[in-house]
Design a protein around this ligand. Structure first.
Ligand code: F3S
Length: 400
């Protein structure tokens, strides 16, 4: 079939967009437009809209494989990012990968992946918390992000607008500066569908992770309006965004009195009890035999690193201990002396990567973490048993 009779018939494209689709701006732009227009057609978008920034997931060679690497190399021949674009964690610390026990073969392939992105003009900062290091959209801005926790944080805590993009569609948006207007880009699709009355005290990062698990499991990908949480820190919302997206699949939540989006009141409602929160925490704690401690899912903020450094002062860890974070946050931690304290205790700051995308399957058996999402991936992806607790409890476990 001639592509012209298939693509671009239902959406209104501008003259420039038609030319992009016809290949007048190069092969990478043509391929990208084909992806975006096809998506728009499938989801009933009427047009493409401009975006402020992109965040690309699927960066680890562990997930991409050789086929993914070839696809990127092809796009990099003439593709250039048109808006600020950052990357999700890679499969290794791009500088200190040897200290994490990564093989030379893996490192070589991972470097090629990063080089392809670099060639496309992507800002090669590898983090799932781009909003902490300069890729920070404002309320109401349209973006095309793909990491589920970052998508949920951007939509819910900031009030920016993004669907949960796949790797290829987010790259397509980077190379064109556009996304189809459907789903969470439209006000009518951002309204709460279920009211969630929380009858429990939600005041720690693990509890925010647990409420995300409970709500996600009970209402799936419906948008909740959560009531009964008095206040929240950035770190707590980061944790909730990760767990509710992981366990339920929603890309947006509202919390009465805390998140900025307006919403109508939903008719359907459920209640969550203290007992359910306790059970959720217990369900993520199925071992006492810990040989790996991982903090920083989503990537640790400088405040969390400061806390870990203070707790580790004068102590020695007896287990493998990773603090996962963005390279820029690590550089700030270096400057503040936190890295030195953490490394002196025998723990490691793993920049650019995380415990879910690094190839560590089979190396450890029991992981302790403060993150519900990390516990989900550790159990599923890496077949670890897990235990969940606060940063303080993680440090106690690592040093006891
Ligand atoms: Fe980020 Fe990895 Fe967790 S990408 S959200 S640290 S699983």
């Amino acid at each position: 079939m001639d592509w012209k009779s298939f693509w671009g018939e239902g959406m209104e494209l501008t003259k420039e967009e038609r030319e992009m689709l016809e290949g007048k701006q190069g092969n990478a732009v043509k391929k990208s437009m084909e992806i975006l227009v096809a998506l728009g057609e499938i989801y009933g978008a009427k047009r493409l809209i401009g975006i402020e920034s992109v965040q690309i997931a699927g960066v680890s060679y562990h997930n991409l494989g050789d086929a993914g690497l070839e696809y990127l190399a092809e796009l990099a021949k003439d593709g250039k990012a048109r808006v600020l674009t950052t990357l999700n964690p890679a499969g290794m610390d791009l500088k200190d990968w040897k200290k994490l026990g990564i093989s030379d073969e893996f490192a070589e392939k991972q470097v090629k992946v990063i080089e392809a992105f670099e060639k496309m003009g992507v800002t090669v900062t590898c983090t799932c918390t781009p909003y902490l290091i300069g890729n920070l959209p404002l309320y109401g801005q349209h973006i095309a992000w793909s990491e589920s926790s970052a998508v949920c944080f951007a939509n819910s805590a900031i009030g920016a607008r993004t669907n949960r993009e796949g790797g290829p569609s987010s790259i397509a948006s980077a190379l064109t500066g556009k996304t189809p207007e459907y789903g969470l880009h439209l006000e009518e699709n951002r309204q709460a569908q279920v009211k969630v009355k929380v009858n429990a005290k939600i005041d720690t990062v693990p509890k925010f992770g647990a409420i995300g698990k409970v709500v996600g499991e009970r209402i799936g990908n419906k948008i909740p309006l959560i009531e009964g949480i008095e206040k929240a820190t950035l770190e707590q919302l980061k944790s909730l965004s990760a767990s509710i997206a992981t366990f339920g699949g929603t890309a947006l939540f509202h919390i009465k009195g805390i998140t900025p989006n307006r919403t109508s009141e939903p008719r359907e409602s459920i209640e969550v009890s203290e007992r359910e929160i306790t059970q959720a925490i217990e369900s993520m704690s199925d071992t006492e035999e810990i040989d790996f401690v991982g903090v920083g899912c989503p990537h640790a903020s400088i405040k969390e690193i400061q806390e870990i450094a203070a707790l580790l002062k004068g102590k020695t860890v007896k287990k493998e201990f990773w603090v996962c974070t963005a390279r820029q946050t690590k550089e700030l931690a270096d400057k503040m002396g936190y890295t030195e304290k953490i490394e002196k205790a025998g723990a490691k700051i793993a920049a650019d990567t995380c415990m879910a995308v690094a190839p560590i399957k089979g190396k450890y058996r029991g992981m302790m973490t403060n993150s519900a999402k990390a516990s989900y991936y550790a159990a599923g992806h890496n077949a670890f048993k897990t235990k969940i607790g606060s940063i303080r409890e993680c440090v106690e476990e690592a040093t006891k």
